[in-house]
Design a protein around this ligand. Structure first.
Ligand SMILES: Cc1cc2nc3c(=O)[nH]c(=O)nc-3n(C[C@H](O)[C@H](O)[C@H](O)COP(=O)(O)O)c2cc1C
Length: 334
């Protein structure tokens, strides 16, 4: 088992050289927090970045909302300078609207704009956005070309294997490269699979063999050992981690949850809640934090009745007091 303090001190020492580049942008590290609507907000993104996630990507933002109500979308684009490289992810279907949205986003000075071609939600694909774009390669090519021509910063694309049996990821990755995209991330599931079933890492390997731009693999990376396994299996430059990071952001420090001392978990829960309340305001901050709290507690093997008791608290102070009481290893729990 690794020593928690040694690992933490290594994260914060300067890395010798970049792991890879996205266009000219150096990326230090090979594990990146995946964008997750409702989870990878600024509080969580910034905490993961501090634990070793190699860059920050925002939750996706609809291009229509960006064009119509840019100010209202600003909180979703929030980042700190220390989080760079930062990618802001957008989605949409109409080329004019996507380009207008991307140009507005560019004024926030992210390092990268990422186009979502992977979301399988009905509300997104029904009008041809998200993974819907993988069904229309010519249209996708036009959108990508227009984006790279209009933008001053690099464009990246996050896609799936394809739509059901129509596995277009290699084609779409080639199209993205030819259109000038600087990297592709591949979630190794089809639209039909949603978030279930097994991720097909061979598809990531096929994309990697087909393009020269960096490939970021994604899907079923659940432990630190999986990061290396996916890299070896696919040859990808880096790995994106989504659900396994919720409740275990230390995965970016290459730690399995049992390796994280209970005190460090408790301290993180306080820090995460504090950041959430600072970002959203106390009531909304606590409400949004609850789904993270559930995972922190679940992975600490806390009895269900205790979790429920804590989660039902609507006062931040009481919530934290109960959490401290119940947390294994905390002085109050003994
Ligand atoms: C709740 C949730 C929200 C998501 N939101 C986004 C999103 O906004 N943009 C995106 O590109 N992918 C999104 N994804 C997909 C993830 O980025 C990732 O591709 C997927 O979860 C597979 O990785 P995992 O097996 O490590 O979780 C979301 C996934 C989940 C579970």
């Amino acid at each position: 088992m690794q020593d928690y303090n040694t690992v933490m001190s290594e994260i914060h020492s300067d890395s010798a050289s970049p792991t890879f580049h996205i266009a000219g942008i150096p990326v230090y590290g090979d594990a990146i927090l995946a964008p997750m609507d409702g989870f990878s907000d600024w509080p969580f993104r910034s905490l993961c970045r501090g634990l070793g996630s190699a860059m920050s990507t925002t939750e996706f933002i609809k291009s229509e909302f960006l064009v119509r109500a840019f100010k209202r979308m600003e909180p979703r684009m929030r980042f700190d300078e220390t989080e760079r490289p930062v990618a802001i992810q957008i989605y949409g279907e109409d080329a004019d609207e996507i380009v207008s949205a991307a140009l507005l986003v560019q004024t926030k000075r992210p390092d990268i704009i990422d186009l979502n071609m992977g979301c399988p939600a009905k509300s997104v694909v029904h009008y041809g956005a998200g993974v819907g774009l993988m069904r229309t390669p010519v249209k996708a090519a036009r959108i990508l070309r227009r984006l790279t021509a209009a933008l001053e910063i690099p464009l990246t694309v996050k896609m799936r294997i394809g739509w059901d049996d129509c596995r277009t990821c290699v084609l779409l990755a080639r199209i993205a490269e030819e259109a000038g995209a600087a990297a592709v991330a591949v979630h190794a599931r089809t639209k039909e699979q949603g978030y279930g079933g097994e991720a097909d890492w061979d598809a990531i390997a096929a994309v990697k063999a087909a393009v020269s731009i960096p490939v970021i693999g994604n899907g079923d990376v659940k432990t630190p050992a999986d990061i290396e396994r996916m890299k070896v299996h696919t040859g990808c430059e880096a790995v994106m981690i989504g659900r396994a990071a919720v409740g275990n952001p230390w995965i970016f420090a290459r730690l399995d949850r049992p390796e994280v001392p209970p005190d460090a978990v408790r301290e993180m829960v306080h820090r995460h809640l504090e950041r959430s309340m600072q970002f959203y305001g106390p009531q909304k901050g606590l409400m949004i934090f609850r789904k993270h709290a559930m995972q922190y507690m679940k992975l600490s093997c806390m009895p269900r009745y205790r979790r429920v008791q804590i989660i039902q608290q609507s006062e931040p102070e009481k919530f934290l007091a109960l959490l401290d009481e119940a947390f294994p290893g905390s002085p109050e729990s003994k």
